[in-house]
Design a protein around this ligand. Structure first.
Ligand SMILES: [Mn+2]
Length: 356
């Protein structure tokens, strides 16, 4: 299995004989195991999945490349038993995935057997480049998101509450094959659309208001993310002008994005268009983020990201303009970053401010 091989290549560089993997997404990425309890113990030749009685059958089915270690109810005790047999001297653990309390418990148990070495972002780094199978799953999540959006548009009418639209969107995601929503769906209308991460409220939507909806499907663990902003009724010239500016910024970024750019360089394509339009102070978040088994992954597309975007990253491109007491407009697509450009996975129309 390629993913396991990629991890093993890193062990020697870190002078580790093995690695303990406890982060849920990393465990799933490397082994396929979707259960909520367990750990991987990976050496240059060994690959164990430790889990308790509840998951033994599932683990054997989902993780054929791993040897199942039938653990007891106390995970750290089982890790200790396994490590006692392996006789490793230096074992890495995921520093970002253990609470201080867990670390203390584990340390106490294994201190006499091996040195625990903190490792940061090892699997996360591998996960930045999506393989063909992952891209297919994200593509499916994006397609479900498009379907849900198409259905939800039909519900936008005077008097409907933001939270009713959010529920409809979530329902349509599930109905069309999603296992859930990528994050709590955002619906913000009128002046509330000036809040980039507004929670849907009981506010009813009135004619003349912008309606911003941001959400996505989860499909086999992989996330999608999309935002569209539409208008109930007839748009006024300012609404239309700002929409067109956000769209221009997004298209500029989509046309120029490619592998090897830093997150900052990618962000700059959209930011300079919005600044030239006079709204530099009203685009207060980054252009986007990577997406995969988590909704927010690195690298980011943002003024503070100095890391490069690798070929095979899947990222959002989501500029926005937010004006207090007026509202906000954001347009977000999900794209695969390729050597010379991008492949857009989002299919929902955006070419002009949609009047409903
Ligand atoms: Mn996003």
């Amino acid at each position: 299995m390629r993913r396991l091989a990629n991890l093993r290549e890193q062990l020697a560089d870190l002078s580790l004989e093995g690695m303990l993997i406890t982060n849920w997404e990393n465990r799933r990425y490397l082994s396929g195991f979707t259960g909520t309890a367990g750990a991987l113990v990976i050496g240059v030749k060994e690959a164990f999945l430790i889990t308790d009685f509840r998951y033994w059958e599932q683990a054997a089915l989902e993780s054929p490349d791993f040897e199942l270690y039938k653990g007891g109810p106390r995970l750290w005790e089982s890790v200790k038993e396994l490590l006692a047999g392996l006789k490793w001297k230096r074992v890495g653990f995921e520093a970002g995935a253990l609470t201080y309390k867990d670390y203390r418990s584990l340390e106490e148990l294994v201190a006499a057997l091996a040195e625990l070495v903190p490792v940061t972002d090892l699997v996360e780094q591998l996960r930045q480049t999506k393989d063909a199978q992952e891209i297919e799953l994200i593509k499916k999540a994006a397609a479900i998101t498009d379907l849900a959006w198409e259905k939800t548009i039909g519900m936008i009418k005077p008097g409907v509450q933001e939270r009713e639209l959010a529920l409809e969107f979530d329902y349509q995601l599930r109905l069309n094959g999603a296992e859930g929503s990528a994050f709590p769906t955002i619906v913000a209308s009128g002046k509330r659309a000036a809040l980039p991460h507004a929670a849907p409220s009981a506010k009813v939507i009135e004619p003349g208001e912008l309606v911003l909806i941001d959400g996505g499907a989860v499909y086999q663990g992989y996330h999608a993310d999309m935002t569209r902003t539409v208008l109930l009724g007839k748009a006024d010239p300012e609404q239309r002008r700002i929409y067109d500016l956000v769209l221009k910024a997004q298209v500029e970024a989509l046309n120029n994005l490619r592998a090897g750019l830093t997150g900052r360089e990618a962000d700059e394509f959209a930011r300079k268009v919005i600044a030239a339009g006079g709204y530099a102070d009203y685009f207060g978040h980054g252009l986007g983020h990577s997406v995969g088994l988590n909704i927010h992954e690195n690298p980011r597309l943002s003024p503070t990201e100095s890391n490069q975007i690798p070929k095979g990253a899947v990222v959002t491109v989501e500029p926005g303009i937010y004006l207090p007491d007026w509202g906000g407009i954001r347009i977000e697509d999900l794209v695969v970053v390729e050597e010379h450009g991008i492949r857009n996975l989002t299919g929902s129309p955006k070419e002009k401010l949609l009047e409903i």
